[in-house]
Design a protein around this ligand. Structure first.
Ligand code: HEC
Ligand code: HEC
Ligand code: HEC
Ligand code: HEC
Ligand code: HEC
Length: 195
């Protein structure tokens, strides 16, 4: 009898702690400094770029550009979208924290959960749906429901690479293979863009 009661108490305590930990983390994750608290280079550098971007006219990478233009937080891009996306990120965050506290974390960190396009679309959907050939690399999946392959926004828009704000952080070596990939898959549009 007392064993069952003790188990129930232990379970309720654990439950309360879990909820508290969860809401504490949800609160803290909106803090860019918290994100890099247990990260080392190069991720601490990502935050430095944020801080420099706030003061300067030029920004070093696409993420810092977002911070200056729109106060975009780390979590705005990395939070996971939808119920499943969110849950997956939280699962990984719990695992990452336990790896950190047991000293077996990989640094630099490696992307395991690629960013969902929805993370970008929640802010950029109107621009993606703009009509016209000029925007066809974006609007194909939305406007002409042609069977085009799935491509990640982040494949073309690399976010933490040093780049040039004046060219909107476009990297030919990231973008052209993806143009080519779509053209080759649908069998239309120019090939041979990549030397
Ligand atoms: C408690 C420590 C800790 C905090 C706080 C933390 N991280 Fe991490 N994170 C880690 C560790 C450790 C890894 C690497 C795990 C591994 O692969 O060994 C990691 C990996 C990552 C990765 C790559 C893996 C993936 O999910 O694809 C990203 C992106 C990331 N963190 C972003 C963030 C962001 C954004 C925040 C703030 C909301 C944050 N982290 C807060 C410890 C932390
Ligand atoms: C919280 C909203 C938000 C999120 C999330 C977001 N963006 Fe943005 N993005 C903006 C705003 C605001 C601008 C600035 C528009 C401007 O200044 O002209 C911008 C600008 C850009 C630009 C243009 C840069 C330029 O010089 O005009 C690109 C490219 C871009 N975002 C890609 C992305 C990608 C890819 C993702 C997902 C990984 C993403 N954004 C996520 C709000 C967001
Ligand atoms: C095949 C590569 C590729 C993919 C995939 C891609 N983009 Fe782009 N994106 C580009 C190029 C190239 C430009 C510059 C276009 C120009 O200068 O007119 C651009 C420009 C932009 C801009 C700034 C210009 C504008 O119209 O406001 C935003 C924002 C943007 N992309 C967001 C996204 C988002 C969000 C996704 C995912 C849904 C995405 N992109 C997927 C190649 C790509
Ligand atoms: C505009 C969206 C955006 C913002 C804002 C952003 N990231 Fe990222 N992040 C990405 C994308 C996309 C990747 C995947 C690799 C790439 O494209 O550069 C990534 C990759 C990462 C990784 C994996 C390791 C690596 O270097 O690729 C870590 C860790 C990370 N980001 C941390 C952060 C931290 C910390 C902040 C805030 C200081 C932040 N990110 C802000 C989009 C963003
Ligand atoms: C999602 C698939 C997809 C992506 C990504 C894509 N294209 Fe295309 N592209 C097409 C299709 C399909 C056509 C054939 C014409 C059409 O249906 O609009 C085409 C045609 C073209 C044409 C020839 C136009 C003509 O008159 O025949 C050019 C040039 C072109 N694309 C350049 C690019 C560049 C540069 C990029 C990368 C920034 C890119 N495309 C990304 C699907 C794509």
């Amino acid at each position: 009898m007392w064993r069952t009661r003790r188990r129930i108490i232990a379970l309720s305590v654990a439950g309360v702690l879990l909820v508290l930990a969860g809401s504490y983390l949800t609160y803290r994750e909106r803090d860019n400094f918290f994100c890099v608290a247990c990260h080392t280079q190069p991720e601490t550098e990502y935050l430095d770029r944020y801080l420099r971007a706030a003061q300067k006219q030029t920004t070093a990478d696409l993420a810092a550009f977002h911070y200056r233009q729109a106060q975009t937080l780390c979590i705005d891009c990395h939070g996971g979208e939808g119920v499943a996306g969110r849950a997956l990120v939280e699962l990984f965050a719990a695992r990452n924290a336990s790896k950190f506290f047991t000293g077996i974390a990989r640094q630099p960190a490696v992307i395991e959960l690629p960013l969902q396009n929805e993370a970008c679309l929640k802010c950029h959907a109107p621009a993606m749906r703009k009509l016209g050939f000029e925007n066809h690399m974006h609007n194909k999946p939305f406007i002409e429901p042609e069977r085009v392959p799935f491509i990640r926004c982040s494949d073309c828009h690399v976010s933490h690479r040093l780049g040039d704000e004046r060219t909107a952080f476009q990297f030919r070596d990231a973008i052209l293979p993806k143009c080519e990939y779509c053209h080759a898959t649908v069998g239309k549009g120019p090939r041979g863009l990549v030397p």
